[in-house]
Design a protein around this ligand. Structure first.
Ligand SMILES: NC(=O)c1ccc[n+]([C@@H]2O[C@H](COP(=O)([O-])OP(=O)(O)OC[C@H]3O[C@@H](n4cnc5c(N)ncnc54)[C@H](OP(=O)(O)O)[C@@H]3O)[C@@H](O)[C@H]2O)c1
Length: 297
């Protein structure tokens, strides 16, 4: 069987890297593209590049958009740029895919929710983002859904991997420098190994390639709900860093430019039923990522 050709928009990000690695053990040819060659801030330039790429004889079978303006706090003061990368660029990519009759997998976020629900969010729950980042990502979802019929939008949450920077690698670094780290305890979510998300996205790609995918909106998160402080404790315990304590603090004691949802845990049942990919195993994903990170650092 011919390999599925997947164009990944985003190259050095943690999800893009995880996708490249996940493809190594599958019948998938990966083509990651990113800056400086492809800058989503330049919409016209990206459109023209994509048009050429999608007309080439070796054109991809599917596109995964793993790129985003992910600096949640910086987005508050760079709203225009965040909107361009998170909403206008996905709209343009989706239109290009529709024109070429190509499926698009677009990655989105738990931060589209208000945080008011005390439980894991499902796909049909009402959205109400509290930040510029969340609003621009929600606008990107709408644009993709409206422009490209063959779309799979996958919201994920609290991604971690062995590659810095992310919350896991930051906690390990700080634990080596300090006796105590204060971490927010009143924001609850589902930490998700980037490797598990990448694997699920490639499974979805296979279904999209043979046109058997149930198009639409899905959630994919880890299988364990916890606070940032709880997550930090699990990271340090897994890394064997016993000389540093986690001090749980309320979010009000750690002010940030962007407001975050109090509860943003995701329920991943719909994706599990549709694609046979269960929610990510948090313990296994954390053990793997910590081991790989400690080996390299
Ligand atoms: N990280 C999380 O905790 C989290 C949680 C929920 C949802 N998500 C979503 O998951 C997806 C992947 O996130 P991630 O954690 O992998 O993010 P990341 O590590 O910050 O990587 C961001 C990616 O976006 C690309 N990018 C940013 N600006 C760009 C531009 N102007 N032109 C081209 N590419 C640009 C970067 O590309 P270059 O390689 O060219 O630099 C990089 O590959 C995003 O859609 C994000 O919203 C992430």
């Amino acid at each position: 069987m011919t390999a599925c050709r997947v164009l990944i928009i985003g190259r050095s990000g943690q999800l893009a890297r995880a996708l490249v690695r996940a493809a190594e053990t599958r019948n998938v040819e990966i083509e990651p593209v990113g800056r400086p060659m492809l800058d989503l801030g330049d919409i016209a330039g990206t459109r023209s590049w994509l048009r050429g790429r999608l007309q080439a004889p070796d054109r991809p079978d599917i596109i995964i958009n793993a790129a985003a303006f992910t600096a949640v706090d910086a987005a508050e003061s760079q709203a225009e740029q965040a909107h361009r990368i998170n909403a206008e660029a996905p709209a343009m990519i989706a239109a290009a895919c529709a024109k070429a009759d190509l499926p698009l997998i677009h990655v989105s976020t738990d931060y589209v929710f208000s945080g008011a629900k005390r439980g894991a969010w499902v796909e049909d729950d009402p959205t109400q983002p509290r930040s510029v980042y969340g609003r621009t990502k929600l606008a990107g979802e709408a644009a993709v859904a409206n422009s490209c019929e063959k779309h799979l939008i996958v919201r994920t949450s609290w991604l971690f991997s062995a590659t810095p920077p992310n919350f896991m690698t930051t906690m390990i670094r700080l634990a080596r420098e300090r006796r105590e780290i204060s971490v927010v305890e009143d924001q609850i979510g589902t930490p998700t190994p980037a490797a598990a998300l990448a694997s699920a996205l490639l499974t979805m790609s296979g279904r999209a390639q043979d046109d058997s995918a149930p198009w639409g909106l899905y959630h994919f998160g880890g299988d364990t709900v916890m606070s940032w402080a709880g997550f930090a404790e699990r990271i340090l315990a897994t890394a064997g860093l016993t000389g540093c304590a986690i001090r749980p603090i309320p979010g009000s004691k750690y002010p940030t430019d962007a407001e975050r949802p109090a509860w943003s845990a995701l329920n991943s049942s719909r994706l599990a039923a549709a694609f046979g990919c269960p929610p990510a195993d948090f313990n296994v994903g954390l053990a793997d990522a910590v081991r790989e990170h400690l080996d390299a650092h």
